[in-house]
Design a protein around this ligand. Structure first.
Ligand SMILES: [Zn+2]
Length: 287
């Protein structure tokens, strides 16, 4: 097993600090998802295998981190995404343990900032129809809310995710704040539009001069998709829009030196994308 794969499989229940100049940011390990390569239908074997091996992974034994992020401000405790919940234990659903290792309980969370409402991000919000974060408000983009309430727009793949989205929207219905890209949610946290994976997907930019962009599911597998952004993911609702967003994101982070975090970037889920002439790659960031 490669070194990165080992790190991904060991991340459930862990919490790690990511340095920013804004609010305190922590990565929380919900666990990992074993993944068949058929989820990345465009990957060219050979080229892809070499990239994976160079990154400490193996396309024949692929797994994806499932991360959430915690933002602490002086008076709020904000969770970005809530993991996969208890539905696919034992490799997933360790968010509560990760929160505890950061010194918190679910009841301490004041705000839930959702990147989008697929099951691996939203199933952890609800159990048996009830809110798991009893004191929290749910922040979801206006477009994401609209999309999951429009079943005629879902293809067969997105339809598999609708129950998780709708269960979350229902359980928190009196505590939902609809947001728009560009909006500041708390001091030092701004929503950024990243449409494609879902129509209403947003990321969250944390910090000011030394920011981190929590980029949701714009990139699933940095080992492959930084060099080959055209290798899309089967669960992207609109794959050409997702590619456009991924390309724009990569250009933006290279130009601005912003660090990139993500729900599926190998735990602790933050990288720095670097480009030298035509050669693009990334460095794993661990504080
Ligand atoms: Zn995801």
């Amino acid at each position: 097993m490669g070194e990165t794969t080992r790190r991904i499989r060991d991340a459930g229940g862990r919490a790690e600090i990511i340095t920013t100049d804004g609010p305190k940011l922590l990565a929380l390990g919900d666990g990992y998802l074993d993944l068949d390569l058929s989820r990345f239908p465009d990957v060219v074997r050979g080229v892809g295998d070499e990239l994976a091996i160079a990154d400490g992974q193996d396309l024949n034994d692929l797994c994806l981190s499932v991360n959430a992020f915690l933002v602490e401000t002086p008076d709020r405790l904000c969770l970005i995404d809530a993991g996969d919940g208890a539905r696919r234990a034992p490799s997933l659903g360790h968010l509560e343990k990760a929160l505890k290792s950061a010194g918190y309980d679910r009841a301490d969370i004041t705000d839930l900032f959702m990147t989008h409402l697929h099951g691996d991000h939203a199933a952890g919000l609800v159990q048996d129809g009830a809110r798991l974060f009893e004191n929290a408000q749910l922040f979801v983009s206006e477009e994401e809310n609209r999309y999951w309430n429009a079943p005629e727009e879902h293809d067969a793949i997105q339809a598999t995710q609708a129950p998780f989205a709708l269960a979350a929207l229902e359980a928190y219905r009196e505590r939902i704040t609809l947001i728009k890209p560009g909006q500041n949610l708390v001091e030092g946290v701004e929503a950024v539009g990243l449409p494609g994976h879902t129509p209403g997907q947003v990321g969250f930019r944390i910090g000011n001069e030394l920011p981190v962009l929590v980029s949701a599911d714009a990139i699933h597998l940095p080992a492959l998709q930084i060099k080959h952004p055209e290798w899309g993911f089967l669960f992207d609702a609109d794959r050409s829009k997702a590619l456009e967003t991924r390309l724009g994101l990569l250009d933006a982070v290279v130009e601005t030196n912003i660090r990139l975090a993500g729900a599926h970037i190998p735990f602790p889920g933050v990288i720095k994308v670097v480009r030298n002439n035509e050669n693009i790659g990334y460095e794993t960031i661990r504080d």
